[in-house]
Design a protein around this ligand. Structure first.
Ligand SMILES: *Cc1c(COP(=O)(O)O)cnc(C)c1O
Length: 429
């Protein structure tokens, strides 16, 4: 699952005690395990190897350029959603021809940058509306370029695989993509385009999707579309099947990469043999379990019937609990070793508490009604499964400098983003 384990009653990130990092850098601090990151990438790469896919890591899940560079070094490409993410990907050394660009509102400025990135331009623009495609065609024409485009089709998958409403994107009536029943007509229309080549189909049905059925459903519908288009003489070169593969939050809920591959590879293998290219866009399945958020208990107090553990990490550091009502396993870094990370975990002497931050919002919590060993001022806690959509969604709300980020590799560690200062907060104002 990951390289965050207890030795002699103390939590280590790989071979480094996390208390050492806290002593040197303070808290809150994001700690990433390089070897977890690489292992998770490799499992996906190996499982899907029969399809020879481009694996385009969803950079929005964890976008520190040192994390991105680690993956680029493994041969990974990038799935970006903005000009800023294009900048990060290129800065980390990613080849432009391994970058795909998603997002419903790409500006002219962002499209222009992507068209000329490293002079060849990016691999594919995943267009989310008909109008966006024509705008891409227009901008490509001005520069005399012939970029590849996909239409993000919305396959109207009914089974959302246990994902939260705010992260499910595969049904009609989402802002993403174009309804699949409108897609064929548009591919025909787009053959008139003189510059952009609409030769790819893109899917991303949301995340995390803990079962394989929605993928099978969506891919089957996308293949039916490509067959229909082939009958009209329109060749689809690339199928991008998106991301959303699950990670471990509440225990052992995430199927391994091999389980997704077992369901998906047979659908596509023959097509790949005939020349179809495949793109995957995994984010959290690579980064989620590669990171923890380390925090320190400031105070404890009783409020009515509740006990509160007030820590120095807050919703500005990790917004997932309040935004998605998501569960993150939390445990002290010293003392009783957690027998598991199941949400149902109970141990003798535990206490029901809310773990909250210092921000002036009742939504500022990391856990509610959680059973934890007794905690006191000064104790360190680890918030697990925080590598994805943790730091990348952090803000400065309440004028809180953003946390430091540390990358551990074996018995060494490196600060990959220094803690922000008060000066950073007002820079540019
Ligand atoms: C966010 C996103 C992903 C990655 O989702 P994960 O759950 O992190 O795997 C992939 N593709 C697109 C288009 C996305 O917006």
């Amino acid at each position: 699952m990951d390289h965050f384990t207890y030795n002699n009653g103390e939590l280590f990130a790989e071979n480094v005690p996390v208390s050492k990092i806290a002593a040197e850098l303070g808290t809150p601090t994001y700690i990433y395990s390089k070897n977890t990151l690489i292992t998770h990438y490799q499992r996906i790469a190996e499982a899907f190897a029969p399809l020879h896919p481009l694996i385009a890591y969803s950079i929005k899940s964890c976008s520190n350029i040192n994390i991105v560079r680690t993956l680029v070094d493994q041969g990974c490409g990038m799935d970006i959603t903005s000009g800023g993410e294009l900048y990060r990907a290129l800065k980390a050394g990613c080849n432009a021809n391994k970058i795909v660009f998603a997002g419903v509102g790409k500006t002219d400025h962002e499209i222009n940058d992507a068209l000329v990135a490293q002079s060849t331009g990016i691999r594919c623009f995943n267009c989310e509306s008909e109008e966006e495609f024509w705008n891409l065609d227009r901008l490509a024409g001005i520069k005399g370029l012939r970029p590849q485009a996909a239409l993000r089709v919305n396959p109207d998958v009914q089974n959302k695989g246990g994902t939260h409403q705010k992260t499910f994107t595969g049904k009609k009536e989402t802002k993403f993509g174009v309804d699949i029943d409108r897609a064929a007509a548009f591919y025909r229309e787009a053959q008139k385009a003189k510059h952009a080549r609409l030769t790819a189909v893109d899917l991303h049905i949301g995340s995390p999707i803990k079962i394989t059925a929605p993928y099978i459903d969506a891919i089957t519908k996308a293949l039916a579309l490509t067959d229909e288009l082939a009958n009209d003489g329109i060749a689809i070169e690339t199928l991008d099947i998106g991301g959303g593969y699950a990670a471990f939050y509440e225990g052992n809920e995430a199927p391994p990469a091999s389980a997704y591959a077992q369901a998906i590879v047979p659908l596509l293998k023959d097509r790949v043999a005939k020349g179809l290219k495949i793109v995957l866009e995994p984010g959290r399945s690579i980064s989620c379990n590669a990171g923890i958020l380390l925090a320190q208990v400031q105070y404890t107090k009783i409020g009515g019937t509740k006990k509160f553990i007030i820590v120095d990490a807050a919703m500005n550091d990790l917004i997932r609990p309040t935004l998605y009502e998501s569960y993150h396993f939390i445990w002290p870094t010293k003392g009783i070793v957690p027998p598991s990370r199941q949400s149902s975990l109970r141990i003798a002497g535990d206490e029901k508490v809310d773990v909250v931050g210092p921000i002036c919002e009742s939504g500022d919590y990391l856990a509610k009604d959680r059973y934890l060993p007794p905690l006191k001022r000064g104790d360190l806690i680890a918030v697990y499964s925080a590598g994805a959509y943790g730091m990348s969604m952090a803000s400065n709300y309440n004028a809180r400098p953003r946390a430091a980020e540390v990358l551990v590799d074996g018995d060494r560690y490196q600060v990959i983003r220094r803690r922000e200062t008060y000066e950073d907060l007002v820079r540019g104002e």
